[in-house]
Design a protein around this ligand. Structure first.
Ligand code: ATP
Length: 367
């Protein structure tokens, strides 16, 4: 078993100049045995600090870390049955690959030498690095070093893997290859894994669930698709999805949302969700903005094309409402074959079934 539970986990740093920094603020996450959770969020949101507390590399200010129900807050890192993989690989340069992989085991267990050797060999086979066991890290490519770092974690056969941006030093092609490989590996080994990244592609594609942090606070823990389709708040809505969701500040007037550039009438069921909220932020994903010439539908508006970025199968189009000044744009993604040229006047449609609405003050999703 390898359940991992973070219960109101909090870390406060005391910095001479800035005073108190609440790096991790009452974070609750419950992970099932074998689950893969990706912790994601912007720089400085507390991802690494969370992971380092779980690993035992950072003390806990308050709250609890439970491994299989047992509080491990004060246990030494080597007694936690956790293996961590770092962005920097952290390999010892003077040791061979085999020695690097065996090192953690020799330090923390009393396993006989032949069993350690067998485990190293098996892990090397799993990672496809068996022929590299006698080399030194300096004789390996970045991708191979990363495999060794992962192999070293596997050798320990831990209850939990912790990974802190393990792919960020690899080039784009290798990164996507290792992403697939890591997913395969995690499914095969079935080890509970907490994986930190700021890369939302990794978050969307790798995790059973995503935990999104901002400013030390947990914003949402849910499957990638739930975060995408049912974001808990405006922060999550803007963070997940590329290009980002468009947001418009609106004020409710009867059954219509009134913004500075356009008005948006709401159906009764949407109004029921909005309730008494007056300041509403309307969100629409670029892929849900329809661009064409048909002006007959509801929720259609005139716009001018400011910029077109051809991406191959899609075009990213920066549009501006006719009454808006230059540069005040919103984004639509359209089919790569659909024509759109800078300066064109087009009709955009924002279908009501695709919109997200947030409380303009708290940012919480209301629809
Ligand atoms: P990044 O993606 O840039 O690595 P992160 O989400 O991992 O960021 P953390 O490294 O966990 O963020 O940092 C969270 C906050 O805590 C930041 O404001 C950071 O400056 C602060 N912090 C981290 N370590 C310390 C420390 N040892 N002393 C003081 N403040 C710290």
């Amino acid at each position: 078993m390898g359940t991992l539970e973070l219960d109101r986990l909090t870390k406060v740093f005391h910095d001479g100049e800035e005073g108190e920094i609440v790096a991790v603020d009452n974070v609750d996450i419950q992970m099932d045995d074998g689950e893969f959770i990706v912790v994601v969020g912007p720089s400085g949101c507390g991802k690494s600090t969370t992971l380092r507390m779980v690993a035992g590399l950072e003390t806990v200010t308050s709250g609890n870390i439970r491994l299989d129900g047992r509080v491990v807050n004060d246990e030494k890192p080597q007694n936690r049955d956790i293996a961590m993989v770092f962005q920097s690989y952290a390999l010892y340069p003077h040791m061979t690959v085999a020695e690097n992989m065996a090192f953690g085991l020799e330090e923390s267990t009393t396993l006989p030498d032949d069993e350690i050797e067998e485990r190293v060999h098996d892990a090397a086979e799993t990672m496809g690095i068996a022929e590299l066991l006698d080399r030194k890290p300096s004789e390996l490519s970045g991708g191979q070093q990363q495999r060794v770092a992962l192999g070293r974690a596997i050798v320990r056969d831990p209850e939990v893997f912790l990974m802190d941006e393990p792919l960020s030093n690899l080039d784009a092609k290798l990164r996507s290859q290792m992403r697939t490989e890591l997913q395969r590996l995690q499914a095969e080994l079935d080890v509970t894994t907490m994986y930190v990244t700021h890369d939302q592609t990794e978050a969307m594609t790798m995790g059973d669930r995503i935990a999104i942090l901002n400013d030390g606070k947990l914003q949402q823990v849910a499957t990638p698709l739930e975060c995408y389709h049912e974001p808990a708040n405006q922060f999550v809505a803007g963070f997940i999805g590329d290009p980002s969701m468009n947001f418009f500040d609106m004020e409710r007037d009867g059954d219509t949302l009134v913004g500075s550039r356009f008005e948006y009438p709401l159906s009764q069921s949407t109004l029921d969700d909005v309730g008494e909220t007056r300041n509403v932020t309307l969100g629409v994903r670029p892929e849900d903005v329809e661009v064409g010439t048909d002006e007959s539908g509801s929720h259609t508006y005139s716009a001018i094309v400011e910029v077109v970025e051809p991406m191959g199968d899609e075009n990213t189009v920066y549009l501006r409402f006719e009454s808006a000044p230059e540069g005040e744009t919103f984004i639509a993604t359209i089919d790569g074959l659909q024509q759109a040229a800078v300066g064109d006047r087009v009709t955009v449609s924002i279908p009501e079934e695709t919109i997200h609405l947030f409380d303009g003050r708290s940012g919480e999703a209301v629809h």
